[in-house]
Design a protein around this ligand. Sequence first.
Ligand SMILES: *Cc1c(COP(=O)(O)O)cnc(C)c1O
Length: 421
Amino acid sequence: MKKIPFVTLEEVEKISQTWPTPFYVYDEKRIRENARKVNRAFSWNKGFKEYFAVKATPNPYILKILHEEGCGADCSSLAELVLAKVAGITGNEIMFSSNDTPAGEFAATAKLNGIINLDDITHIDFLKKEAGIPETICCRYNPGGTYTISNGIMDNPGDSKYGMTKDQLFEAYNRLRELGAKKFGIHSFLVSNTVTNDYYPMLAADLFRLAVELKEKTGIKLSFVNLSGGVGVPYEPGKKGNDIEVIGEGVRKAFEEILVPAGLSDVAIFTEMGRFMLAPYGELVTQAIHEKHIYKEYIGVDACAANLMRPAMYGAYHHITVLGKEDVACDHKYDVTGSLCENNDKFAIDRMLPRIEMGDYLVIHDTGAHGFAMGYNYNGRLWSAELLKQTDGTFKEIRRAQTLKDYFATFDNTEFAKDLL
Ligand SMILES: *Cc1c(COP(=O)(O)O)cnc(C)c1O
């Protein structure tokens, strides 16, 4: 499938007069449509809830839109808890899935009545001291080894820092019950960015079987199974995406085969998707400001890896459209670069694109999740603005661009001028 930007050249020419490039823009209409699709796909499950992974797009306006569509928030730091609260998300609409948790954050979650998801068995005592053991609690599971589905090895949970072993998990539930917990959940996140409809159903089946075993061995009946994140999107054009309806049906099938016969038909299904909820509905818009002809052809743009780190960090592919040249032949091979003094600051390498003129606007696709969020200030490069294309087609600023004043806000330069003051 051809990737078509949701902003047009005319729109970008107009809005860049108010918000100079680079900027992020999100598509409210499609965010809502997709969230509705997710909720429909799991509507067979009475307690279903998607807890949007705040780290993917930590903007309260986005959280509010998702909350209006019935989503909660998956947080893992104090700032993310604050974001959830600002967006009006509290109580059991907050899942706190942290790891290596600093002091104070369980207490903050408890104040908001959020659900705490324990990454480790040693966190039980830590939590007990800090906030007491709540009535509802979740534990994170790591099966170890490698995780294999039909088309081969997907990832290596045995090498990942998250979750508890099976023995620890069962021991943790027993201890938590002794300490007064009444409602229990299980959580597991094994593979990132899966582009297959099989991942959630397979993970669900594994967790459902564990739930049955837990009930048989300890009498503890789980209240919810949290499938966490990991549902991916196709970043390359022509690659087929996930069908959330098929995924929902796959999870339902496992539910009916494993949980229902075991008398566990009240179990609620939770998810913590980030990428699937937002990635396709955000775009980074940038302008070509330099061209360079040496051993290769370079196009320099006004965004850099500080605005979007994924290509530099993971070698991730992000599709690029040159606005207004959608139908022009891609007969030029370019490296599209930012200005960081880091040679990996390239949004594309050897990419076939139409001939690019200075001043052309480039749209970097599928940057709505883990895009702006991973921004940093290397080389003193500043964060861009974030805009929302609202359902009525108008644009609204949902985060202003960082300024030099912001950049220097933590630095007291009067220290160096004491003799003058
Ligand atoms: C990152 C993360 C997610 C979201 O992952 P996606 O790949 O964006 O779906 C969900 N839960 C936890 C605990 C995470 O760390």
